[in-house]
Ligand binder design. Structure first.
Ligand SMILES: Cc1cc2nc3c(=O)[nH]c(=O)nc-3n(C[C@H](O)[C@H](O)[C@H](O)COP(=O)(O)OP(=O)(O)OC[C@H]3O[C@@H](n4cnc5c(N)ncnc54)[C@H](O)[C@@H]3O)c2cc1C
Length: 81
């Protein structure tokens, strides 16, 4: 197995990095020491920066419910995602 990028850790940061790289055509392999995703939520609300990163990944609307965006979150009005 070969890939130009190896991401170690399939948490939110690793998976988001892998997704954003893939959207740019950069192949990557994600490794995690656990075989399955963690079974409990790691967050209950998203701050503005997280919302903007999810917008860039095209996932912001999928996270709108059942998640709660922070009342101070300011989505990028130029993004349609
Ligand atoms: C109770 C709780 C509530 C929270 N609430 C919020 C919230 O409301 N909003 C918010 O934005 N954030 C919240 N957070 C913080 C949020 O969960 C973290 O910021 C986020 O999970 C960090 O993501 P990460 O990918 O950096 O790390 P992690 O989620 O810790 O993922 C790291 C991954 O790397 C893997 N890994 C680690 N070391 C190795 C290794 N050597 N080899 C292979 N794999 C490895 C682990 O198995 C894991 O899957 C909360 C956290 C907790 C604990």
């Amino acid at each position: 197995m070969t890939a130009p990028v190896v991401v170690v850790g399939a948490g939110p940061v690793g998976l988001t990095a892998a997704l954003l790289l893939a959207r740019r055509g950069i192949e990557c392999v994600v490794l995690d020491r656990h075989r399955a995703p963690y079974s409990l939520p790691r967050a209950v609300h998203l701050d503005g920066e997280v919302v903007r990163i999810l917008q860039e990944a095209g996932l912001a609307e999928e996270f709108r419910s059942p998640w709660t965006w922070s009342t101070r979150a300011r989505p990028d009005p130029a993004s349609s995602r």
